[in-house]
Design a protein around this ligand. Structure first.
Ligand code: DP6
Length: 421
């Protein structure tokens, strides 16, 4: 607990984005350093819709490192958190010894208090570890005056987090070295490169929590020969083709590679023993719907991709968003009083044509999709300048915490946010 010398609480707040892979990472060759068996490529989503915010404070008076996630204190001794903290402190020490011995930034012996929140519900089942670790590493680096390449540090928190260190279109190069120094993320194109590209996250109402990606991919590496074939013989060529499609803004090529890669990833999950099922009947209906939609128009206008859960992430071009969204609304009729169906970037409402309805011809699945988050590609992590946005108060304790209730409410909410100051 903080005590006497409270005037020296140093504080910094940053935000970091979520990313969605279009060439998937699945499988490690080194579990501790988090080195992958194949390269991957992702699109960074815009932080206006999905982001993590983290405040790091340091003070001579803090007795221990502490962490609060979404208002609840968590165990900071988890190995992956410790790797990130240790690496940032090591880089800070190195920098100070090398070129800046008189630096007045945070003393390396100071303990940290870390507070982090997401602007999207954890219940939405969106991978938050990528944005979370990217934000942690970026904010710690700011607090300790560390600059330069940080994706190798974020990677040690969660593999996919290294790609959230950049905006736009990002590749994670698998690297060759045993120490992982060459296993880094790199921006392929910035977020401004393809302004017409749009992303719709279809949040599927899931009953059960799926197998986590860390343990899922471990079992796949141990048991799936399809995964070995994918990593060795499919992904290298797919990375080249995907980077080329992104650079040329060739939507058809980008979309087809994205769907094939998602399908192959889920095929490796089925090839895992015992098999892992991430897709549910709603996901399967989305896949059918997208193919029939594209078939109806005689061109590839829409693509889907799925991670380790049933939510669909749709890529399309701006001009097709209203028509496709209306088709989603028709085949997954939302709850009439379930709040707004489309969140994020506004989508003008249109009508669905009788021909499209007939061409898709699926039986509607009421409430299969809870809501849609409409977004686009966005920038990498940034510093929040406004000091009123800090998540920790002047003595380095969270401004807001969550009190848990014993009983879960009808809407799945079982906690209450309480202001501490
Ligand atoms: C399906 O990065 O969550 O989303 O490295 O064990 O933390 P760890 O796994 P994680 O795996 C992400 C898997 C994926 C595909 C991807 O994002 O590339």
């Amino acid at each position: 607990m903080p005590d006497d010398n409270m005037e020296n609480v140093h504080m910094v707040t940053c935000t970091a984005p979520v990313n969605i892979a279009v060439v998937k990472y699945w499988g490690k060759r080194d579990e501790d350093l988090i080195l992958p068996i194949n390269s991957s490529l992702s699109v960074t989503l815009h932080q206006d819709q999905l982001k993590t915010t983290t405040t790091v404070s340091t003070s001579k008076s803090f007795r221990e490192d502490r962490l609060w996630l979404n208002g609840k204190e968590e165990d900071i001794s988890q190995p992956r958190l410790q790797s990130c903290l240790r690496e940032i402190r090591r880089l800070a020490r190195k920098r100070r010894n090398d070129d800046d011995p008189d630096s007045d930034s945070t003393s390396l012996s100071h303990k940290v208090h870390i507070c982090s929140i997401n602007n999207f519900p954890t219940a939405a089942g969106l991978a938050s570890s990528a944005a979370g670790f990217a934000c942690l590493v970026y904010t710690l680096a700011q607090a300790f005056g560390v600059e330069g390449e940080l994706s190798a540090v974020a990677r040690q928190g969660s593999g996919s987090a290294c790609r959230s260190m950049y905006g736009g279109f990002v590749q994670w190069i698998m690297g060759q070295q045993l120490d992982g120094k060459d296993s880094l993320a790199q921006q392929v194109e910035p977020e401004t490169h393809w302004p017409e590209l749009r992303i719709l996250v279809l949040v599927v109402s899931a009953e059960r929590k799926p197998v986590g990606s860390t343990s899922g991919m471990q079992t796949s590496v141990q048991t799936s020969c399809l995964l070995k074939h994918r990593a060795e013989s499919v992904v290298p060529g797919r990375m080249v083709a995907m980077i080329d499609a992104v650079r040329r803004k060739d939507f058809t090529a980008f979309a087809e590679l994205t769907m094939k890669d998602s399908n192959q990833f889920h095929a490796t999950c089925l090839d895992t023993y015992p098999p892992i099922f991430y897709l549910n009947s709603v996901s399967h209906q989305v896949i059918n719907m997208v193919h029939r939609y594209n078939q109806h128009y005689g061109e590839t206008r829409v693509a889907y991709t799925f991670d380790a859960g049933p939510n669909a992430v749709i890529f399309t071009l701006q001009q097709h968003v209203p028509d496709f969204t209306q088709a989603v609304r028709h085949f997954f009729p939302p709850e009439t009083n379930g709040g707004e169906f489309v969140k994020g970037l506004p989508v003008p409402q249109t009508d669905i044509s009788a021909e499209l309805k007939q061409a898709i011809g699926l039986e509607p699945m009421p409430t299969g999709i809870s809501y849609i988050i409409s977004t686009k590609a966005g920038p990498g992590p940034c510093v929040v300048k406004d000091p009123t946005q800090h998540l920790l108060g002047p003595i380095g304790l969270p401004k807001y915490t969550v009190r848990h209730h014993a009983q879960e409410g009808a809407n799945g909410v079982n906690h209450k946010i309480v202001a501490n100051m």
